[in-house]
Design a protein around this ligand. Sequence first.
Ligand code: F6R
Length: 611
Amino acid sequence: MCGVVGYIGKNDAVPILINGLSKLEYRGYDSAGVAVFDEEQKKINLCKTKGRIQNLQDKLYMSPLKGKVGIGHTRWATHGVPSDRNAHPHFSDDSKIAVVHNGIIENYMSLKEELEEKGYNFISETDTETVAHLIDYYYKSGMDILDAVFKVLERIEGSYALGILCRDFPDRIIATRKDSPLVVGIGKNENFIASDMPAILNYTRDVYLIDDNEVAVLTADSIKILNSDKDEVEKKIFKVDWDIEAAEKSGYDHFMLKEIHEQPKVVRDNLNSRLTDEGVVLDNICLGKAELEKINRIYIVACGTAYYAGLVGKYLIERVVRIPVNSEFASEFRYKEPLIDDKTLMIVVSQSGETADTIAAMRLAKEKGARTFGIVNAVGSSIAREADDVLYTLAGPEIAVASTKAFTAQVVSMYLITCHIALELGKMTKDEFLKIKEHMELLPSLVNSILTKEPALKRFMHKYIGSKNVFYIGRGLDYVVSMEGSLKLKEIAYLHSEPYAAGELKHGPIALIEESTLVIGIVTQEELFDKTVSNIRECKARGAKVLAIAMEGNTEILKYADDVFYIPRTYWMLTPLLANIPQQLFAYYMALGLGNDVDKPRNLAKSVTVE
Ligand code: F6R
């Protein structure tokens, strides 16, 4: 969740570190800091502060740091409140070792006690400081610095991406990872470390993807990567092929708005090479009739928004293919003693490919013999590398913390997988598929037409901004859409909202409905329309205001809702993708209207790499 960056080369490190951190700020933004080796003073200097990167820049402006080797960090607090003291980098006692860390050292309490007994003083409340002291301890007890790092890796438990400087070795950065992302950027007479590619894309597109337990030693003109046996490993250079523009705002006020507007292209990119008249081509994945017939159980496992995309998949596969699908929160999956064997297909959905719970669930399934299938956006991420098969969602980098285009791309993947399985298992005829394909190919222009109605959502914001509570209700696929809509409103508008299966309202929550309640009724599933409308009327009768999302041509809904947003008519399967777009824009404008930081909502981080 935190962002880690490092630079070693011939240039001034601070501007490069700050540039990298500003690209990583989506990973955490409650404090930031840099440590730079000053050649003249022969020491490592530190500058860190609570707050955003801008606060760090202001501080650096007052007291500049100079040097050509440095590490930096942007934090999402886990141990200790956001404060100057808890901000990274952390020093060992006599400032010999400086460390930045993403992840959690689970056994830090016992290590801390041990180090305190040895006389080490702890300044912060963080788990990370233990690592700095522990490296220092082993180094001072006579080990080579690299051996000291390896020794510490044996002692610490948990997850980490670490960037390490040692005052005695001003010409190197040491970096390592376990269960937290880390890449090494390869430059000319300069090298980099980063927790995510955007941090270094301005400088290089060639990276090494560091694997768990590997240790990288960087100098300005060399990179050595060692495995846990300290043997040097040959790694393939990974070429980042996205456009740097993809990680910029390109004139939009916020990344979220830009990403919402990218959705027609995202849908097109996901369909283009995969829809053929013969069927669905799932890249290089070999999941044909023979493989599918061996499968008797499907799990779709993910967190948050990705979980809701998975839920769309569950509803579709069950309805179209008629096989049971369990859709599970990754954070709960492991604790249910799930029934997994070699006849299980486990689909994991993740934008970042680094979500700790999703990775853990996937590893458990793998261990028990399941075939694992990742639907992943971040190329080269842990899930992409570890899953047996990967279908990339081709959404490009998603920077706003609230997921929009990645969800849309994940839902497209669910459409593709459903059609693929149904065709292979003879549960869908070629004619049926061709009809759905025709509708799918229209999706990019239908999304576009929804985006042209953006001003309506701004108007609804003005009308409903005073709502105290918001219920999102629907049945069937509309219920799934309501979950995603409600999550988006919570996370960026900080408004209490709940998704509810429309029919369940009267079993309790209707007691909460009053005049200041807004009910967003999603009614795109025509066979469920009458039933959901009765629930909408029950809410209206108790004073709630109702904003409905319905398919074009449905004039009946105008009798019951205060406002209606119409989405274009489409095939029933495809409505979740379209119905969600106005929800994204509504949440966006509500957040703006309430004066919130849309791209960096409080308490959140983009990539949840802790459990
Ligand atoms: C919400 C959101 C989160 C993520 C969740 C999983 O807008 O972005 O709920 O969907 O943290 O993240 P990934 O998809 O990276 O595994």
